[in-house]
Design a protein. Structure first.
Length: 170
């Protein structure tokens, strides 16, 4: 600090034209706080918008609780496949899907569905571009076919059912 002051005074002594110059003072630093009431309104609106978005996300999370529970139950059924490959698995899958559908849609519309009508209902509520139509047809094999269904086909049915639960349109 003393070196710069010495240099400044030495310059003034040797250069008489610069003798009238005064040291340059820097302005005060800029304060980054709102000084007008308009900024408080803007910040308040931003906080309200963030709170509204968080509220909507929380409500959506609560609304979709039935989806999480049903998907968890189906994944539990998937872990039971290796233990027993029986028609009860199909009944469990169908029961979980039916309970989920009755939570989302009216009981009158869903409870009476079975067979092809039930499969068409499931396919109609899937998002477009889904190719699970043939997979849902496996649910009827327990009644119509005597052939043994492989574990991989049952896993495909469970995966399609989980996709339906997570993505169906209400």
């Amino acid at each position: 600090m003393n070196d710069s002051l010495a240099t400044y005074t030495d310059t003034l002594i040797y250069n008489p034209k610069l003798a009238n110059l005064k040291p340059v003072f820097m302005p005060d630093p800029i304060v980054f706080e709102p000084v007008t009431p308009g900024w408080y309104v803007v910040f308040g609106l931003i906080v309200l918008i963030i709170l509204f978005i968080l509220f909507r996300l929380f409500k959506r999370y609560q609304f979709n609780a039935y989806r999480r529970v049903s998907a968890r139950e189906l994944l539990q059924v998937k872990s039971e496949i290796r233990k027993s490959n029986s028609p009860e698995l199909f009944q469990k899958i169908s029961t979980i899907l039916k309970a989920t559908a009755m939570t989302s849609f009216s009981r009158e519309k869903v409870a009476r569905l079975s067979g092809k009508g039930w499969q068409e209902f499931l396919v109609s509520k899937m998002p477009s571009g889904s190719n699970d139509r043939n997979t849902f047809a496996l649910m009827d094999y327990q009644y119509t076919s005597k052939k043994e269904i492989s574990v991989s086909e049952i896993e495909q049915l469970i995966d399609a059912s989980v996709r339906w639960i997570r993505r169906h349109r209400v």
